[in-house]
Write a protein that binds this ligand. Structure first.
Ligand SMILES: *Cc1c(COP(=O)(O)O)cnc(C)c1O
Length: 364
C-alpha cells in the first residue's frame, strides 16, 4: 500500500508558529508577542463590525468594492489596482501560487518574514535568502543572489523581526537591478508606523511597472488582526492574476465593513502613530539603560539582542517574563537565538515589561 502523494517541498515546511497568547493559570497577561496594535481597533471599526452582524446570512461583496474605494480614496490610489486578502498572508501565498512553481526560486533577505519561504515551498518553489548587513536587507547581496530561476523577490519594508528598512534610494536601486520578468513584492505591513522622510511604501513603482506589488495589512496599526484583512496595490498585470485565483468571497462582510470604517478613521491612525513613536523611543532608551541593544526600529516592535550577556540568553528571558505574565517572542525560528522581539504596547505594559526584564538581568 502506498500513501497518497505529497508534493515534496510541502514536507520541508516548518509550520508557522504565531506569538503565544496564553499562559496556563495566569489571570492577567500582557501580550507583546505578535506586533498587534497597542490601541486595539478604531471604535468606528468596532461599531461597523457590530452593525454587519445583522446581515450575516448574506454573502459578502466578492469585489470588496466599498473597501477598495475607501482605501483608494484615503491613499490616493487607483481602486482597480487594489486587491484585498484574508490577511496579507493570503496575498503572499497567492503571489507564490500565481507566479512560481517547482524549479523556481523565491528570494528574500536573511531575516525576512517567515511566511515567504513557507508560501514559496507550498507552491512547490525553492526559497533562497540573501545575507543581510547589520540586520538590514542588502541590495547588492539580493541582486547577486538572483538566478535565472528567480521568479519573486519578497522585501518586508520595514522588516519583521529586525525593524530595519531600506530607504527610498536603496529600494529604487534594488528595483532597477531586477530584470522585468521578476516580481518585486514590497511587504509594507508596518508602513503606518514609519516616520522617516526617506521612506516610501513603493506605490510610485507600481504606477509605471508591471512587476511590482505592495502588500499592506489591517492586522498591525489598524488593530484588526482577528478579522484577517489585508490589501495590496499592484500592477493591473499582477492584480488580474490574484483576482483569478483568490476565493470569490475571500473577505467576510464584517471584515469589509470594519475595514472601511478603520481606513476612514484618520484621527485614530494619528493616535496610533504617535503612541508608537513615543513608547518605542521610551522602551529603546530604557533597554539601553539596562545594557540591552536594539537596532533602530521603524515598526511597532523592537528586536533586543542579548549578545553581551553570555549567561542570560533570550530564551531564558522569554521564560522569566512569562512567569510575570508577559509574553514576548524569542527569535530562534528566525535564526536569531540571542534575540527577543517585543511589540510596543500600552504605557503600563511597557513599564511592566522593563521592570520584569530588569529583575531578570539582576538575577543573572
Ligand atoms: C504581520 C505581518 C504580515 C501579515 O499580516 P496579516 O495581514 O495578518 O496576514 C505580513 N508581513 C509582515 C512582515 C508581518 O509582520
Amino acid at each position: 500500500m502506498t500513501d497518497p502523494y505529497i508534493q515534496p517541498t510541502i514536507l520541508q515546511i516548518n509550520p508557522y508558529v504565531g506569538g503565544e497568547a496564553e499562559i496556563l493559570g495566569a489571570k492577567k497577561i500582557i501580550k507583546l508577542s505578535s506586533n498587534e496594535g497597542a490601541l486595539g481597533a478604531s471604535p468606528n471599526a468596532v461599531k461597523a463590525f457590530k452593525k454587519a452582524s445583522s446581515s450575516l446570512h448574506r454573502y459578502p461583496d466578492g469585489n470588496a468594492r466599498l473597501l477598495r474605494e475607501a482605501i483608494a480614496e484615503t491613499h490616493n490610489l487607483d481602486a482597480n489596482k487594489i486587491v484585498c486578502g484574508s490577511g496579507s498572508d493570503e496575498l503572499i501565498s497567492l503571489l507564490c501560487k500565481g507566479f512560481c512553481g517547482p524549479g523556481d526560486e523565491v528570494l528574500h533577505s536573511q531575516y525576512g518574514f517567515l511566511m515567504y519561504p513557507i508560501s514559496a515551498m507550498a507552491a512547490g518553489a525553492t526559497p533562497k535568502f540573501a545575507e543581510e548587513k547589520n540586520l538590514t536587507a542588502d541590495v547588492n547581496s539580493l541582486l547577486s543572489t538572483l538566478t535565472k530561476n528567480t521568479k519573486i523577490i519578497f522585501l518586508a519594508n520595514p522588516n519583521n523581526p529586525t525593524g530595519t528598512y531600506l530607504a527610498k534610494d536603496d529600494l529604487l536601486r534594488l528595483y532597477n537591478g531586477i530584470p522585468k520578468h521578476i516580481i518585486l513584492v514590497i511587504d509594507a505591513a508596518y508602513a503606518e508606523y514609519v516616520n522617516k522622510k526617506n521612506y516610501t511604501e513603493g506605490n510610485e513603482l507600481v504606477e509605471h511597472n508591471n512587476n511590482v506589488i505592495v502588500t499592506r495589512t489591517f492586522s498591525k496599526s489598524h488593530g484588526l488582526g482577528g478579522l484577517r484583512l489585508g490589501w495590496a496595490y499592484g500592477s493591473q498585470y499582477i492584480v488580474d492574476v490574484l483576482n483569478r485565483i483568490r476565493g470569490p468571497f475571500n473577505i467576510s462582510s464584517p471584515a469589509q465593513a470594519a475595514g472601511v470604517a478603520s481606513i476612514l478613521d484618520t484621527t485614530f491612525a494619528k493616535c496610533v502613530h504617535e503612541h508608537n513613536l513615543k513608547w518605542r523611543e521610551w522602551t529603546k532608551n530604557e533597554l539601553a539603560k539596562i545594557g540591552l541593544k536594539t537596532p533602530e526600529s521603524a515598526g511597532n516592535f523592537l528586536l533586543i539582542s542579548f549578545d553581551k550577556f553570555p549567561l542570560s540568553n533570550a530564551k531564558e528571558a522569554e521564560n522569566f517574563l512569562k512567569t510575570d505574565g508577559i509574553l514576548v517572542r524569542a527569535m530562534g525560528s528566525y535564526k536569531l537565538p540571542n534575540c527577543l522581539r517585543v511589540s510596543i504596547g500600552l504605557q503600563e505594559e511597557m513599564h511592566a515589561f522593563i521592570e520584569s526584564l530588569s529583575r531578570f538581568l539582576k538575577k543573572n
